[in-house]
Write a protein that binds this ligand. Structure first.
Ligand code: MG
Ligand code: MG
Length: 253
């Protein structure tokens, strides 16, 4: 069932969203060659806990980290490790959530480590813009399929593909609520969008095919063809004043 939030609940979610966004800034400010993904995860956890919140993902379905940190052809759900070290030219996806006063925020960004290839930069930029294409379709009376259609048709124009096996979702008292928000879809199909819906819109965009595979660690998801993947996510609320981006922070890419 889709949980509709009132304005008071959305105000609380704004705080959870702010802490989530700040955690991404902390990570961004420490991304450089030689840094381990475990180090970034520790900084993220310290930030979230320092703000009186809890990392949404720590222990979620048994996940061992506070953030999912995925490099290059890893799509999502990378496990932070002291043995995974960033290298010049990598692209690193950080997906983080904060639970505060009963509500979650959920947000992800893809960062470049030093100088990256033109192809990698183009993928990161198109993934970010595809989020905004999807967001523009988040209007009362539209349907979930309009969001996914906007995302997928935008990235197809670059020859990229939207991951199908993993999708966006509702956000609230649980980090993953109904409805699913696929990054593909048919216009005019799916649940109708209405005031009080809070969604994580999160395009996961592959340079090559949309096929993915899960590694034997039980978590990490990679592109099946070994090509790069990028991720961009915000938690957004549909209100009588329009859309509010609850996790928006000034963060660059
Ligand atoms: Mg996320
Ligand atoms: Mg999410």
């Amino acid at each position: 069932m889709i949980q509709i939030k009132n304005s008071g609940q959305i105000a609380l979610m704004r705080e959870a969203g702010r802490i989530t966004g700040e955690a991404l800034i902390v990570a961004r400010d420490h991304i450089r060659e030689g840094v381990s993904t475990k180090y970034l995860d520790t900084l993220i956890r310290q930030h979230i806990e320092g703000r009186g919140a809890k990392p949404s993902f720590l222990g979620l379905y048994g996940f061992p980290g506070s953030a999912c940190i995925s490099i290059n052809d890893e799509v999502i759900h990378g496990i932070p490790s002291e043995h995974r070290v960033l290298h010049e030219g990598d692209i690193v996806k950080i997906d983080v959530g904060a639970f505060y006063q009963g509500y979650h925020g959920d947000s992800a960004r893809t960062f470049a480590v030093g100088r990256v290839s033109d192809e990698a930069a183009a993928l990161i930029a198109a993934t970010k813009q595809s989020f905004y294409e999807g967001l523009a379709a988040m209007q009362v009376g539209n349907r979930i399929g309009d969001i996914g259609h906007a995302i997928e048709s935008y990235v197809k124009g670059f020859g990229f593909s939207a991951v199908r096996k993993y999708v966006g979702h509702g956000v609230g008292r649980a980090v993953h609520e109904a409805p699913d928000v696929p990054n593909y879809g048919t216009p005019g199909r799916g649940p109708r969008l209405c005031e009080g819906m809070v969604l994580a819109i999160e395009p996961m965009i592959n340079q090559g095919t949309f096929e993915v595979r899960e590694l034997s660690d039980g978590w990490t998801v990679k592109t099946a063809d070994g090509a790069l993947s990028a991720h961009y996510e915000n938690t957004v609320a549909l209100t009588s004043d329009g859309v509010i981006n609850l996790t928006e922070v000034e963060i660059g890419e």
